[in-house]
Design a protein around this ligand. Structure first.
Ligand code: PMP
Length: 361
């Protein structure tokens, strides 16, 4: 029975994040974390951190981290917005920049948080179908809208669109804000940051969670025109001004300063990703040409759900969605080479037990 007060409650169906198993004895390839630790500078920042400083509120502007990002991405300080993970940045962007009565557009297969934010903030939205190869047709975004958001590379497909396609979408939609969610851009794509000088309606969102191995620290940022960033900050400071804590700011700064480690780690992951794609192919899988730190794969004989469950029994966690168009795919995070070997070994056993090993159609 529903109580009267419940009529006044905002009810939403929350986003379901990937499982975080308590068991540490698992191979965790289900939430696109980086298998390598953050750079040495982060370790030093934590070691040298003065716990006594925690009695003071943090710098609301995260000035040092913001300035380091501005320098790294060759933009002005007031073109950088910081948040507690890119989920926080995207959530603020939905709240601040999608205030129209017209629907916000995003692809039908995409990051499954977008419709949740739209629902919680009561923003109308409409999905735009990807083609059969999970590609975006920019012309399909040429319709009345109150804003546009899409990841590049897309999630969970890993499919990368060219910078020309991104620019075409922005160019076709100069009357609304276009958000490009670049959570995975460092693993092989060209960032749209270079376009922000040309388009004041473009917001590029990135994260420290993947390429910088700092998912647990929670750092995300956006780069855009001064005006866009001001609108974002106005809303952020109307919700909570002290979002990013002192220790996180110090870790983020250390990470930005070690460009070499960042490049080396990304290179290692790309190399393993390409090997993983090849190995999966030889086991009878088809994969998209993912340019992210995960692969998106479907087997030609065995249902993805069964593979997902069998891997889990063997303590290997990957991600599976029982959703239209993608319910026969697995999203597998790229781990270390050793984890990849164990994954392939387990897949061989699973396929072998069912008599579908090396039966390529
Ligand atoms: N965008 C996309 C496309 C993602 O897959 C994720 C990771 N779940 C995020 C944003 C958010 O990542 P974070 O909040 O850790 O920066």
């Amino acid at each position: 029975m529903q109580s009267k007060w419940e009529e006044n409650v905002r009810r939403v169906t929350p986003y379901t994040p990937g499982e975080q198993p308590k068991d540490t004895d698992v191979i965790k390839l289900n939430t696109n974390e980086n298998p390598y630790p953050p750079c040495e500078g982060v370790r030093k920042a934590i070691r040298d951190f003065e716990s006594g400083d925690l009695r003071l509120y943090p710098d609301t502007d995260s000035t040092e981290l913001r300035d380091a990002l501005a320098e790294r991405y060759r933009v002005k300080q007031n073109q950088v917005f910081l948040g507690v993970g890119s989920d926080d940045v995207l959530s603020m962007a939905f709240l601040a920049l999608f205030a129209s009565d017209k629907p916000v557009l995003f692809p039908d297969i995409t990051y499954s948080f977008y419709d949740v934010w739209a629902d919680v903030y009561k923003i109308p939205y409409k999905t735009v179908p990807l083609d059969d190869n999970f590609r975006i047709d920019p012309d399909k975004f040429n319709q009345p809208n109150g804003g546009i958001v899409f990841p590049n590379p897309n999630a969970p497909t890993g499919v990368l669109e060219s910078i020309d396609t991104v620019e075409k979408i922005v160019n076709l939609n100069k009357d609304s804000v276009v958000i490009v969610d670049e959570a995975y851009i460092d693993f092989g794509g060209v960032s749209a940051v270079g376009l922000v000088e040309k388009y004041d309606n473009l917001l590029v969102v990135q994260t420290f969670s993947k390429s910088r191995s700092l998912a647990g620290a929670r750092i995300g940022f956006a780069i855009g025109s001064r005006r866009l960033i001001k609108y974002l900050n106005d809303v952020k400071f109307s919700v909570n001004s002290y979002t990013m804590n002192r220790l996180t700011q110090a870790c983020g700064l250390a990470s930005v300063l070690d460009e070499q480690y960042f490049c080396d780690t990304v290179k290692k992951i790309i190399k393993t990703r390409e090997r993983l794609k090849d190995e999966l192919l030889s086991l009878g899988f088809t994969t998209t040409d993912s340019k992210a730190n995960f692969v998106f794969a479907s087997h030609n004989k065995l249902r993805a759900k069964e593979i997902y469950e069998s891997l889990k029994e063997r303590k290997i966690y990957v991600r599976y969605w029982d959703k239209p168009r993608i319910n026969n795919y697995l999203r597998i995070t790229v781990g270390t080479d050793e984890q990849t070997d164990k994954l392939i070994e387990a897949l061989k056993k699973i396929l072998g037990e069912r008599g579908v090993l090396n039966e390529r159609s």
